[in-house]
Design a protein around this ligand. Structure first.
Ligand SMILES: [Zn+2]
Ligand SMILES: [Zn+2]
Length: 386
């Protein structure tokens, strides 16, 4: 790629990124974003641009040569329900919604790659550019798959990336095997009999039972799972219908569990039900457990992880490419695609001073745009080599 092209493309991607940042949209509401993406892809002269795939998803297709292999490159488009704290001229113009996970940057980088590949080619086969909705919910990839993504736009393998606060800009990390965790959500409802704060013995209040239950839940990871398995069980909310002088008859405990293997997720649910029922019985209240699986664990294909490192060597300084030491206990909807075709997910630095993802002061670092777009281009040209 010529230096001049990249400088011009960087300016263009920065303008797109800031435009998207100023107009954030929540999952499945990405109408303006999807229209923006589709308009750019048509300008670049892609062979096909399909809108409304799985709600607000967009799929662009670019063919060159006669190769019959196809790869997919994926970006996510949705924002979060967070009120942005920013003085930037391109700050969110949609109150209460902001791009706090950098999906504006991911979208701009994949558009940049589409423009470069459409203009310069350098590959033989088919590239699918997948812009998915509703990543944060863990619902968008499934919506696209349910809408016939793999039948209508078939591909052999898929690549995706995410920016990473704390990692310097221009740095690259990934690993073969497990890289991001499953996310399960749970709600435990305790029902008893509330009453006067002065007379607890005349009812079956639920707050002391709920506190005991929160403590007992800490033993799932520490006493029921193998120390070799990485897992997290986090209670994040405890809500009751009590008031200052009335004991609650209802308590709700909500939280989130992370793991890397379906067997571990199943063991967490099983033990949670045992603890909830046993604790409830000890306190004369009733327990109901609602357990749902929101995100699947994400495993990188070993061969494709090698390919990603090889592509990265064309883009990043050798000293800035690293094997991620351990999987992350955060989750990614990209895993739904990798459930069907081999894939690899990689991380790009967003800067050491970057506020964390999902923080109201977070902002995607535009200095990373060229790295991400160039990585997409490099992996496409390598996997669909002429
Ligand atoms: Zn996020
Ligand atoms: Zn994200």
């Amino acid at each position: 790629m010529a230096e001049l092209n990249l400088e011009a493309l960087k300016r263009e991607m920065t303008a797109w990124r800031r435009d998207l940042h100023a107009h954030p949209e929540f999952g499945f509401e990405e109408k303006r974003t999807a229209a923006f993406v589709a308009a750019r892809l048509r300008e670049f002269g892609l062979d096909d641009v399909a809108e409304g795939v799985g709600g607000t998803g967009v799929v662009g297709t670019l063919k060159r040569g006669s190769g019959n292999r196809a790869i997919a490159l994926r970006a996510d488009m949705d924002a979060l329900r967070i009120s942005e704290q920013s003085a930037a001229p391109y700050r969110s113009g949609n109150p209460g919604v902001m791009h706090a996970c950098g999906h504006d940057g991911h979208t701009a980088m994949l558009l940049g790659a589409a423009k470069l590949l459409a203009g310069e080619g350098g590959f033989d086969g088919t590239v699918r550019f997948i812009f998915q909705p509703a990543e944060e919910w863990g619902k968008g990839a499934l919506a696209m798959l349910d809408d016939g993504l793999l039948q209508r736009f078939p591909f052999d393998e898929i690549f995706g990336l995410h920016n990473m606060p704390g990692l310097p800009v221009g740095h690259f990390e990934t690993r073969a095997g497990p890289i991001m965790s499953a996310e399960d959500n749970f709600e435990i409802v305790l029902r008893g009999l509330g009453g006067h704060a002065a007379r607890p013995h005349s009812g079956n209040e639920t707050l002391v039972a709920a506190c005991a239950l929160v403590t007992h839940l800490q033993t799932i990871v520490s006493r029921r799972l193998s120390p070799a398995d990485i897992a997290v069980v986090s209670v994040t909310e405890l809500i009751t219908d009590g008031t200052r002088n009335a004991l609650p008859g209802l308590a709700r405990i909500l939280g989130d569990a992370r793991s890397f293997r379906p067997e571990v997720s199943a063991a967490i649910e099983r033990q949670m039900r045992i603890i909830a029922e046993g604790t409830a019985a000890a306190y004369n209240v009733a327990a109901e457990v609602n357990y749902s699986r929101e995100f699947m664990p994400l495993r990188n294909d070993a061969e494709l992880a090698e390919a990603a490192f090889a592509a990265a060597r064309n883009v990043f300084e050798p000293g800035n490419i690293a094997v991620a030491r351990e999987p992350m206990t955060a989750s990614e909807d990209f895993a739904r695609f990798v459930d069907h075709v081999p894939g690899c997910f990689v991380f790009l630095g967003n800067g050491e001073a970057s506020p964390p993802l999902h923080n109201s002061s977070y902002d995607f670092n535009d200095d990373g745009l060229v790295f991400g777009a160039s990585f997409h281009v490099a992996i496409a040209r390598q996997r669909l080599a002429i």
